[in-house]
Write a protein that binds this ligand. Structure first.
Ligand code: ADP
Ligand code: MG
Length: 633
């Protein structure tokens, strides 16, 4: 058997060590918990139930903060929404009058769940749409603001019982069984938690998951791949809020009363602390964090007053110090450290099965019909860009046709990258028009360019360094697949996912990086990372390819391979616009060359014409910038 057809054998650690996969470990944990549940002491069960409730909220925060890069201190308010909604529906005469006896008492909690989710969904969507536009520190500050407002709202609403809250919340009844005790309801809590973890794990391992992972630090890149990052941010925010609301719903039926105290800002901070301490970007870190903080809080509340001789909320101080320590020593939380320690016994899951091994039926990705050779693809007319007083692009006009390689050259600072941003929708021209496939692209975002078949790479490589090459490349095919969040969570996207992975591998293979498909992108050389970007652009099946300095950092043989690849793509009918400093590379490859200097086109023509142009020679040989000479070395 060849090593490539048996990925497990390749990854196997030294023989003789006990082996267990993360999946088996999860299963062992769940089975052990289930078996022990009936025999654990009352107090332990109650603590475990609380841990489950906290972990549910923290898991949402792991998605929001750890994966998505958005910090929220206000999650406790959404827990309150879930709790108050069900408490109100189950106890209020007004609610009873509204429902007009149409809902039997046993079903009231479920009506409460629906109400809580609906309210939370609407509120989170509105809050998200307004606050997620904020940059930097303003977003966390804003979450503090609405976290506080909602908390005070709970305490000041007459019909929600004010500061005393609502008592007499009935227990959940499922199939005639009353879940009145923590031992009974705890089963539901942990089942919901495990289900949520499973769904979010699935979500992260999907097309939409790759888009979500790009939200933190890769938004510009993701937009260029066709991802609507603003929408994904809101959806992630809503998801985290809904998980908090479900936790609140369960909490209300566990405690059987609600008041505002557990939903204040303190708890919001504690919840964030759980997510961060456990492991910002790791779902199981939420469970670890929730367990650690809950247990620690119990202990500290016992020990500190005895130690200090007075009672008070001293644990808050200890928490603060602890947070400092953890963030200093374990910036990514404790979970990554834990998994590193366990790596001797826990075998990493085999890399995603190659297409041949996939069980799912092959699905078809969207295909673009490539334009006929010579067809006008991209047209820039008098495109100018001013940064304050600096004219970075001065009335640049140029065209790109199907089946040609057009090179854009010029000294550093000539305005090449700026022009790339103009014709790819990253930035809007100050004046002038960009047309893509005949459509005016004024004010359109870069994802609209991607949708029309524009693929690009970046001068400064923009990859998700921690993710594998194949995942990075698959992000390029984002627009060729359709399955959304829900399908991903429920694993209904497997056929499409297999097709995406197969396509990504095909492009990686074609770009000569087949051996690196499953390595994290950051561990490749910079030159190879540029090639990964090309593979990612190709995965989108573009008709226009923009390459910003693709050969920089490549070795001689790699440059030659890139040349061959680009020629091949040209023969297939792609229009390729390339910015490149390597003159030998450019002159041998390009059909046409446009030369920029100080933002202005000084020459355009075939390589021979441009090389003979006196203005070009002067710009390169006479100026301070002598890249032509440099490359002649
Ligand atoms: P090139 O890619 O040809 O080296 P650039 O397009 O990066 O050149 O830059 C062209 C000019 O525009 C440079 O003088 C640069 O400093 C300036 N510039 C680029 N981006 C910005 C920006 N966002 N704000 C202000 N000046 C900019
Ligand atoms: Mg540049």
């Amino acid at each position: 058997m060849s090593p490539s057809s048996n990925p497990v054998a390749v990854n196997a650690p030294p023989a003789g060590k006990p082996l267990v996969t993360p999946r088996q470990l999860t299963l062992i944990f769940v089975v052990a918990l289930a078996l022990a549940w009936g025999f654990l002491p009352e107090f332990t069960v109650s603590v475990l139930s609380n841990i489950g409730l906290y972990a549910l909220v923290a898991a949402g925060l792991v998605m929001l903060t750890g994966v998505g890069g958005m910090t929220s201190f206000g999650q406790a308010a959404f827990v309150g929404m879930g709790a108050y909604a069900t408490a109100w529906i189950c106890t209020s005469p007004t609610a009873a009058a509204w429902l007009g006896g149409a809902v039997s008492p046993a079903l009231l909690p479920w009506a409460g769940l629906l109400l809580g989710l609906a309210f939370t969904f609407a509120l989170a969507w509105v809050l998200g749409a307004v606050t997620l536009k904020l940059q930097g520190h303003y977003l966390p500050l804003c979450t503090i603001a609405w976290g506080l407002s909602l908390y005070f709202l709970f305490g000041n609403m007459e019909f929600l019982g004010g500061q005393t809250g609502i008592t007499g919340v009935p227990p959940l009844v499922v199939a005639g069984v009353s879940l009145a005790t923590p031992r009974a309801l705890g089963v539901v809590i942990w089942a919901v938690l495990l289900l949520a973890l499973w769904a979010m794990h699935n979500l992260l391992d999907s097309r939409e998951g790759r888009a979500i992972r790009a939200l933190k630090g890769g938004r510009l890149m993701a937009e260029s791949m066709g991802v609507d990052t603003a929408r994904h941010r809101i959806k992630l925010f809503v998801l985290a809020a809904l998980l908090a609301a479900v936790s609140g719903w369960l909490y209300a039926h566990l405690q059987r009363f609600v008041n505002p105290t557990p939903f204040n800002l303190n708890i919001g901070i504690e919840l964030l602390f759980m997510a961060v301490v456990g492991g910002a970007g790791h779902l199981w870190g939420a469970v670890l964090g929730a367990a650690l903080i809950t247990l620690l809080k119990e202990k500290l509340q016992d020990v500190l007053p005895a130690l200090l001789g007075t009672s008070g909320n001293f644990e808050v101080i200890v928490f603060g110090l602890l947070m400092l320590f953890v963030l200093q020593r374990f910036a990514d939380g404790l979970w990554p450290t834990l998994s590193r320690l366990a790596s001797r016994w826990v075998r990493n899951e085999a890399p995603k099965a190659a297409p041949a091994a996939s069980k799912a039926a092959p699905a078809q990705l969207a295909q673009r019909t490539l334009p006929a050779s010579g067809e006008l693809l991209l047209e820039a007319s008098d495109v100018s860009k001013r940064f304050g007083g600096l004219v970075a692009n001065n009335a640049i006009s140029m065209t790109l046709k199907a089946g040609e390689i057009h090179a854009l050259i010029g000294p550093n600072g000539a305005g090449k990258s700026t022009f790339f941003n103009m014709i790819s929708g990253v930035d809007d021209p100050t004046s002038g028009v960009v047309r893509l496939s005949g459509q005016s692209m004024a004010t359109k975002p870069s994802r609209a360019f991607a949708a029309l078949g524009l693929g690009r790479t970046f001068q400064h490589v923009r990859l998700l360094g921690q993710r594998s090459v194949v995942e990075n490349v698959a992000l390029g095919a984002h627009l060729r697949a359709r399955r959304g969040w829900l399908a991903a969570m429920l694993r209904l996207d497997r056929a499409e996912e297999a097709a995406l992975m197969a396509e990504a591998r095909r492009q990686i293979e074609r770009c000569g990086l087949g051996a690196h498909a499953d390595t994290p992108a950051a561990s490749l050389s910079l030159g190879q990372q540029r090639v990964v970007e090309i593979a990612r652009a190709l995965a989108g099946q573009p008709s226009v390819l923009l390459l910003d300095e693709p050969a920089a950092g490549l070795r001689h043989l790699e440059k030659r391979a890139l040349s061959v690849l680009l020629s091949q793509l040209r023969a297939e009918g792609l229009g390729i616009l390339v910015v490149e400093h390597d003159m030998e590379f450019v002159m041998n490859l390009a059909d046409r060359i446009t030369v920029l200097e100080f933002g202005t086109v000084i020459a355009t023509g075939t390589p021979a014409e441009v090389q003979a142009n006196p203005r070009v020679l002067e710009a390169y040989l006479g100026g301070a910038d002598d890249e032509l000479l440099e490359d002649a070395r």
